[in-house]
Ligand binder design. Sequence first.
Ligand code: FBP
Length: 276
Amino acid sequence: MLPHADEAITRDEKALILAYDHGLEHGPVDFEPVPETTDPETVFELATHDAVTALAVQKGVAEAYYPSYEDDVTLLAKLNGTSNLWMGEPDSSVNWSVDYAADLGADAIGFTVYGGSNKEVEMTEEFRDAHEAAREHDMGVVMWSYPRGQGLKNDRSPDTIAYAARMGLELGADITKVKYPGTPEAMEWVCQSAAGTKVVMSGGSKTDDRQFLETVESAMNAGGSGLAVGRNVFQRENATELLDALEAVIFEGATADDALGEMSSAGEERAGAALD
Ligand code: FBP
């Protein structure tokens, strides 16, 4: 592993990647809770928060919006991605090249591999090409390692997620993004399986503040290196306050309880200011 390839997208060896490729992966339905997030500028603004170490977007969004934010946002080019309209075996088209992403100013690439899918071999070979091209540009490599497909009975089992984390190490990722395996013990095994490759937890569908922050805290205590999150941030009206709380838990070692306390004081202040 190259020791510093992911330096641009980490802070103190930890990452908080804001993911905003949902318009492609899930469709505009993900923007309904906070309709302003349909406009990429709203999420680029969130990505200027100190807590965010990189913003992961697809090519079209990067091309149109990143030039206005290049001084304030670190770009992670999510190279492959497929719409929810695709009904075949899990697969993901490669939508831009590493060279193109580098020309746009990206500091890292993101790439999904669906281990266990009938398309695993092709996807892994595509990952190889992207990984080696990224190394030419000294770019960090983040693998979205999501086992799924016909062959998998339970894509959320701790062993499967540990395998997903290990695939990141074996195939050369600097950071491997996995679904949370359900318990702190399972997360520990997942991180151990990655043997030094940074493992970040995927945010998943929106949960309440306490549940989310407690899960992040337990993932960090289990050896996680941070978070790659979309909906649990941009589907909240108080996204900035949640980013403050995540900054405390991920980078400052605060407990979820402490961070929630700060959040509720900030919320009260905001409500008070709105009444004035
Ligand atoms: P979330 O935090 O909203 O789950 O986003 C992380 C992410 O990996 C996105 O990059 C991607 O669009 C989405 O999840 C894919 O989720 P899934 O594969 O479960 O549909």
